[in-house]
Write a protein that binds this ligand. Structure first.
Ligand code: SAM
Ligand code: F3S
Length: 480
């Protein structure tokens, strides 16, 4: 399956990924198409496990499927239109054989609900981010003809995770190795950024109990995972119930995960500057397993814009968090999210964003043109900035981020790292590819038999945009 755990594309992007695989026998076959962020990838992987545990098989294309499931994302762009285009295309597919089903899940489903059935009455099942674990039952019922089209959007806060704890975990693996895995630690978001649809589609923040997360990680490690990425819209707001009834902070959760034998590397995404606490920064000094990379979205370098966006923090706070983090972790890679062309953004506001990127040397960035999301406060604002100007700003920002990215990678030359060899370079079959601790793709001449292994490397060059490494023949300690 193509649940990619190390992505160089936007962490919260809206590209299509396809959960694929096995061969269908007499069991019902399901094809899942996934848009969006790592949380959606995680959800799709878990849905796939749940379907397999219910005697269904996953296939990699609609032709071979009895049901096509869309796991949608509505953070940016014309998500609704994209979905209805897809549904339109699959209408003929559905008509091609009796018994074929179409299901729509995820954030667009949560937002549109019944409206999906009104516009596309040939859809059989609509389910939301909280009811994904019910998909097998919903599909079975539809196949038995026991129900007409069903809309099922609501569940108790943690019902999904409670159910998913029981299914086997090997769908969150990457390629042929189970060496890196995603684990969702919370759902929803209780911040109220004026532009963002997430609080409406995924609901209020709710954290999984600490033990439930630790148990899931322990099982993944037993299956071979050594790198864990903890997921949430705002992981540093994590408040998980402890077995004694107390409440665990995010740093405490990190300590528990790091204490599991076999964990080589931990990542997390996404963080919010407001809750990026001193305690969390100190954790970077205490836990060497934490990767040399933090994704900390800022959206804008202008206080005026941050206030308009309802972000709840100033540029000074953001600067202060990064400065403190770099004191405990010199050379750490910082990536960020930026929104360009928010209503009323002036050239001066935009120049403040460029200055912040320069000053803080933000070396990776995911920058987006502001996209009005129906139902959000910002969607009602007037927006005098012409699109052509917004695009020009986006291009200038991306250029600046590329510049700092290149300087950052030049500085990696000569450093040592531990890298998971994830895949073969398509252009150079003698090279294997992986990610540095700082989340940069690196290519290493190595034999294919090392695929899926953790190896020691020295970064030897950064040339024409490619980071190159060499193997160091020393074992990577991994007490399991
Ligand atoms: N939880 C994260 C945070 O603390 O900022 C962000 C989650 S959001 C799903 C991912 C990114 O999408 C945001 O950081 C923002 O840059 C971008 N985004 C969200 N809504 C957007 C919109 N309406 N237009 C453009 N970009 C948007
Ligand atoms: Fe969205 Fe802001 Fe939450 S960007 S996910 S409302 S922190």
């Amino acid at each position: 399956m193509s649940v990619s755990l190390h992505q160089t594309k936007p962490a919260q992007g809206c590209d299509m990924a396809e959960v694929a695989l096995p061969v269908a026998g007499s069991r019902k076959a399901v094809f899942i198409k996934t848009w969006g962020c790592q949380m959606n990838e995680y959800d799709s992987a878990k849905m796939a496990e749940t379907l397999e545990a219910s005697e269904m098989v996953l296939v990699d294309r609609a032709d071979a499927a009895d049901a096509v499931v869309f796991n949608t994302c509505s953070v940016r762009e014309k998500a609704q239109e994209k979905l209805f285009d897809e549904l339109g295309r699959h209408r003929t597919w559905k008509a091609g054989r009796a018994g074929r089903l179409l299901a729509v899940g995820g954030c667009v489903a949560s937002q549109e609900g019944e409206a999906i059935l009104r516009r596309a009455p040939f859809v059989d099942v609509v389910f939301g981010p909280q009811t994904m674990h019910r998909l097998p039952a919903l599909l079975r019922r539809a196949w038995r003809g026991q129900a007409g089209p069903t809309v099922d959007l609501y569940a108790e806060d943690l019902e999904k995770f409670e159910h998913w704890t029981d299914v086997s975990q090997d769908r969150t693996k990457m390629g042929s190795s189970a060496a890196a895995a995603l684990v969702s630690i919370m759902e929803g978001c209780s911040k109220s950024c004026s532009f963002c649809i997430v609080p409406y589609t995924r609901g209020e923040e709710v954290s999984r109990p600490l033990q439930s997360v630790v148990d899931e990680v322990r099982r993944l490690v037993a299956q071979g995972a050594a790198e864990i990425t903890l997921l949430g819209q705002n992981v540093n707001s994590y408040r998980g119930v402890l077995p004694d009834g107390g409440v665990a902070s995010f740093p405490l959760l990190l300590h528990h995960v790091a204490a599991l034998p076999g964990i080589l590397r931990m990542r997390f995404t996404t963080s919010h500057p407001l809750s990026f606490s001193d305690e969390l920064i100190d954790t970077f000094a205490q836990l060497p397993q934490l990767a040399q990379h933090v994704h900390l979205p800022v959206q804008s370098g202008s206080d005026r814009m941050l206030q308009a966006m309802g972000r709840g923090h100033s540029v000074a706070t953001y600067r202060d968090r990064l400065t403190r983090l770099r004191q405990v972790r010199p050379g750490i890679s910082i990536s960020s999210d930026f929104i360009v062309g928010y209503p009323g953004e002036t050239e001066a506001d935009f120049l403040d964003t460029l200055s912040l990127v320069d000053e803080m040397q933000i070396d990776q960035g995911f920058s987006f043109l502001y996209s009005p999301r129906p139902g959000t406060p910002a969607a009602t604002l007037e927006d005098p900035v012409p699109l052509v100007e917004k695009k020009r700003r986006l291009w200038r920002l991306q250029d600046r981020l590329r510049y700092h990215g290149a300087r950052f990678q030049e500085k990696l030359v000569g450093t040592a790292d531990v890298v998971l060899l994830e895949r073969v370079d398509e252009d150079h079959p003698d090279w294997l590819m992986g990610h540095t601790s700082s989340n940069r793709m690196i290519r290493i001449p190595a034999h294919r038999t090392l695929l899926g292994q953790w190896v020691r490397v020295i970064v030897v060059a950064y040339h024409q945009g490619l980071l190159m490494g060499e193997l160091v023949h020393a074992p990577v300690a991994r007490a399991v």
